[in-house]
Design a protein around this ligand. Sequence first.
Ligand code: ZN
Length: 420
Amino acid sequence: MLFRDATLADGRVRDVRIDGESIVDVGTGLDDDGETIDADGKRLLPGMIDAHVHFRQPGFPHKETWLTGSKSAAAGGVTTVFDQPNTEPPTVDAAGYERKAELASASLVDYAINGGVTDDWAPEELLEKPIGALGEVFLADSTGEMGIGTGRYEEAVKRAHDAGVPITVHAEDAALFDESVIDRTDPDAWSAYRTAAAEIEAIRHACRVAADLGARVHIAHTSTPEGVEATSEAGMTCEVTPHHLFLSRADLEELGTFGRMNPPLRSEDRRESMLRLLADGDIDIVATDHAPHTRTEKDAGIWDAPSGVPGVETALPLLLEEARNGRLGYDRIRDVTAANVADIFGLEHGGRIEAGNRADLVLVDPDASVPIRGEDLHSKCEWTPFEGRRGVFPELTTVRGCVVFRDGEFADVAGRNVRR
Ligand SMILES: [Zn+2]
C-alpha cells in the first residue's frame, strides 16, 4: 500500500510505502505496486499510543468491552492502548493477567496489559508476565479501591526497576483531601474535596521515593502545572489527559456528575497553564484515562457517582482541532501522542513514520472539523464530556499495515499484545 503525497507531521510532503506490517519507504516519486491512497492535502501521522485506558473487562462489560473500546480507539486514530489493572478480578497476579489476556484478544488495535499493585498482589508471578507497565499504582483510592501505602509503593518501584518494567503512578494523597466540604452537594464539591495540593504533594513524594531508589517513574494524568514542574525537576515523565486540557471547574455546572473524575477538574487558570505547558514541550505525553461508565451510573449524587469519563476516541481529534486553529503544531502532536510515548514505554519501531517502523498510521483531512456527538462515538457508554466541541476525526487508521478503520467502517482484524 502506498500513501501518495502525504503531508507528514513536520510539514514534508512524502510518499509512504507499506509492505506487510512495516513502513518500507518514505520518499518522493515512489512506485506503487498495490493499492494507492491519494493523500494530497492530507496529514499522515503515526497512530496514537494511548498509555492509559480502562477497557473494563473482565468485570464490567456493561461499561465497555475490548471490542467496543478498541473500535472507539481505532475510530479516534489510536493504534495501541495500555489497559489499567483495576478490573475485576484486578490484574495483580498470573491468573488475573491470563484472564485479561484472553479477553483482550478481541481487540481491533494493539494493546499492552498493565499489572497492578495491591496489598495482596503476587509480584513474582505478575512480573514474569509480559506486562505493559507496572501501574497505574494508586497512592489514593479511585475506581477499584486499589490505594496503597508508602511501604508498598517503595516495594513496587524497586521491583519494577529491577525487572526493567516502566512504572506509572496515580498520585493523590488522601490525607490532604478537604473534609470540610463533604456537606456540599453541588458538582464542584468533588474538585474542592480532592485538592490540587493533594496531587502536588503526592507527586513530589512519589518522585522523591523513586529518585532515592535510583529509579524512574511516570506520573499519570497530571492535572496541575505545579505537578508538572515537580515531575520535570525530579527528572521523571508525566502525562496530561484531554479533559484536563479542555475542561475545567467552570464546565461543572453544565457537566454535573458527568464531569467527576480522579484527579478532578481544576480551575480555568490551571487548565490554561496545562495547555501552554503542552504546547511548549514541558509535558511529555497525552493519555486519555478513558474510563467509561453508563449514563445511569453517572446520573447520581456527587458523592455517589463513579469517577471517570470516556476519551479514547476524542483525544487526537481535539488536539487536531487545536492544530487546525494554529494553537498546537502537528510535530508536537506527533511527539505527545506517539513518539514520546514509544520512548517512555519502550516500544521499539513505534511512534514515528520512518522506514523500518511499524505501519501504525492515521490519515486525516486537517480541515474536516465536525461537532463531537456522543451518539456518533463507538464506546459502549454512548456519551462524551466533550459534547458539542469540535474535533478533526481520522479517515483511515492502520495497525501494522492492516486498515482497521476507514470512512466509518471497521475491519475484522485482531490486535495483538505489543509485549508478547
Ligand atoms: Zn488514575
